[in-house]
Design a protein around this ligand. Structure first.
Ligand SMILES: [Mg+2]
Ligand SMILES: [Zn+2]
Length: 193
């Protein structure tokens, strides 16, 4: 059976967004990131998908980004959390690449490489593009108000998909998974007294 995934944005979603991060020392996790990812990984494969246009714009290097990503993975691993893979788009939007969010390129790549069912998967992020990424992949997209989220709040049409932070989004994902399960087992409903 195919696995389900949560595609996490990096900056402003699991760590603070301080502009173009260039060294691991600048990484600050949100207080409840570990708790949220711990909950999610019981039922989902976790991926990080991040647009890092600073690479293309010569503000930071791919090596900077990889060092930071390694640091993030190591920190999460210490807490028992496994991120299956990290996908970085190093381009800026003007380049018209295939891999920049909201294009679902990396979701499709993950689906093929790790046997992921995209229709049962979610994306989470603090930019409308992060949300559209999951929807464009054929799944669901959630928006968080951390990072730049409060700035883009008005651009989100469906307010029911807006969450305070990664933990609130995680709770919603787990709940909506349960709802789907119960729909696929209608006999349980019939057996209710
Ligand atoms: Mg972000
Ligand atoms: Zn790209």
């Amino acid at each position: 059976m195919s696995k389900k995934a949560v595609f996490l944005d990096r900056d402003g979603t699991i760590i603070e967004d301080k502009g173009h991060l260039s060294s691991p020392g600048e990484v600050r996790f949100y207080q409840n990131t570990v708790e949220a990812l711990m909950m999610l990984q019981a039922n989902f494969e976790l991926f990080i998908v991040t647009n890092q246009s600073g690479i293309s714009n010569d503000i930071i290097t791919m090596e900077d980004v990889e060092n930071i990503n390694s640091h993030i993975l190591a920190h999460l691993e210490k807490s028992g959390i496994r991120i299956r893979d990290v996908f970085v788009c190093p381009h800026n939007r003007e380049e018209g690449c295939d891999c920049i969010k909201p294009k679902p390129y990396f979701a499709n790549l993950a689906a093929t490489a790790y046997d992921i069912s995209l229709k049962d998967s979610f994306s989470v992020g603090d930019h409308p593009h992060d949300m559209e990424f999951g929807i464009n992949a054929g799944g669901s997209g959630l928006f968080v108000l951390t990072g730049h989220g409060s700035k883009h709040h008005d651009e989100i049409n469906d307010k029911s998909l807006i969450f305070k932070d990664i933990l609130e989004a995680a709770k919603y994902i787990l709940e909506s998974g349960k709802i789907k399960e119960s729909h696929s087992h209608p006999q349980y409903l019939v057996q209710q007294p």
